[in-house]
Design a protein around this ligand. Structure first.
Ligand SMILES: [Zn+2]
Ligand SMILES: [Zn+2]
Length: 371
């Protein structure tokens, strides 16, 4: 038999939210089971009524479906919200309660009555899975903005139903598993008594409705796993191990066309390969340059590599081994800011190991000259 929630709270069918809230407060105070003359059954009933009437969506469903909706609660209509008082049966330990689903609006009132202790939990928007990927680039690619094609295997909006989940022309019906509530009550026993927890209905993923005929490509999920090529832009100056986040480029949520889900994010961790010539230190590059003894003494002009092509470098006469020549702005661009790092050329004078007879003769002459 259907309960009349308006009657339970003693308000009219046209009662405003405020009137309902006030009526609930008054009734809850009066029948609170911890009070002298309190009535637990009545108190539960009041809460149940308030759970439905204080929620716009549930109230309109209740107004519309009445007793049919009532049945959904499985003996007492407790399935309406993420709130339950079965903990009272446990007695001494006080109240065991759980907020779930959209019980948030209830929290302040609960706080009023019981002196705090309610904890609200808002349902967040449904989100597809985040995807994490690794990509390796060369140091040359890290110097400029680089575009890369990434092949990803992930859930995307189904091309056949355009993410709706329904076969074309199919009607939408209330989910039979949760009776349109989107949630299913699960009870669990703990040391403190019974907890009732509302869990998202797996059948409709909390949407409360299903297509009468599901799309045969995606089975009604509105998304399918497939290989996809995603173009990504790696900004110049990226460091080894840095992660780029592409918001909304992860997996599609459940039935993306419904607008009730958002896609997850894509996280790309960039690994910059070690270079054979240059060592990187933040945005600076270090290059070891070996020169001969004669080049060091007499000076020279030689071609050396930089990360962006060869340049001609002047070696001043009389340079000492270990001396560093700095080349301004020949390093990597600063990530997302102006300017560049520098390149440092470490000049090392090479001592030859194997020399020809002619070279030996010349060197012996030099030795005699005190060089
Ligand atoms: Zn589909
Ligand atoms: Zn369902």
């Amino acid at each position: 038999m259907a309960k009349d929630y308006y009657d339970i709270l003693g308000v009219s069918k046209n009662a405003t939210d405020d009137e309902i809230k006030k009526a609930f407060r008054k009734a809850a105070h009066k029948h609170h089971p911890d009070k002298e003359g309190g009535d637990e059954a009545k108190f539960k009933e009041i809460n149940e009524a308030y759970q439905v009437l204080s929620d716009k969506q549930k109230r309109s469903q209740y107004d519309q479906f009445g007793s049919g909706f009532e049945q959904a609660g499985a003996g007492g209509g407790q399935g309406f919200g993420g709130f339950d008082f079965s903990g009272f049966a446990g007695g001494q330990n006080g109240f065991n309660f759980e907020f779930g689903g959209d019980g948030g609006g209830f929290g302040d009132i609960f706080g009023d009555i019981f002196g705090g202790g309610g904890r609200g939990q808002r349902q967040t928007q449904k989100k597809g899975n985040d995807i994490s990927l690794d990509i390796e680039i060369t140091l040359e690619e890290a110097v400029v903005d680089t575009e890369k094609d990434l092949n990803v295997y992930l859930a995307s909006a189904c091309s056949q139903c355009k993410g709706a989940g329904a076969r074309s022309g199919s009607n939408w019906v209330k989910c039979k598993t949760c009776h349109g509530l989107g949630q299913i009550k699960k009870e669990r026993r703990t040391m403190l008594g019974f907890f009732a927890q509302m869990e998202v209905c797996q059948d409709c993923q909390g949407y409360g409705e299903k297509p009468e005929k599901s799309c045969d490509k995606c089975g009604g999920d509105g998304k399918v796993k497939e290989n996809k090529t995603i173009k990504i832009k790696i900004p110049a100056g990226i460091a080894d191990g840095q992660t780029i986040r592409l918001s909304g480029q992860g997996e599609s949520g459940f039935r993306p066309a419904s607008g009730k889900s958002v896609a997850g994010d894509l996280y790309i961790t960039v690994h910059v390969r070690t270079h054979s010539l240059f060592r990187r230190k933040e945005d600076d590059l270090i290059y070891d340059l070996e020169i001969n003894y004669s080049q060091a003494v007499l000076g020279d002009k030689i071609k050396i590599p930089t990360i962006s092509g060869d340049i001609s470098l002047k070696i001043p006469a009389g340079i000492q081994s270990g001396k560093i020549i700095s080349l301004k702005d020949r390093g990597l661009p600063h990530l997302q800011s102006r300017g560049k790092g520098d390149m440092f050329v470490v000049v090392l004078v090479r001592t030859p190991r194997n020399i020809s007879r002619k070279q030996r003769k010349i060197l012996e002459e030099l030795k005699k000259e005190g060089l």
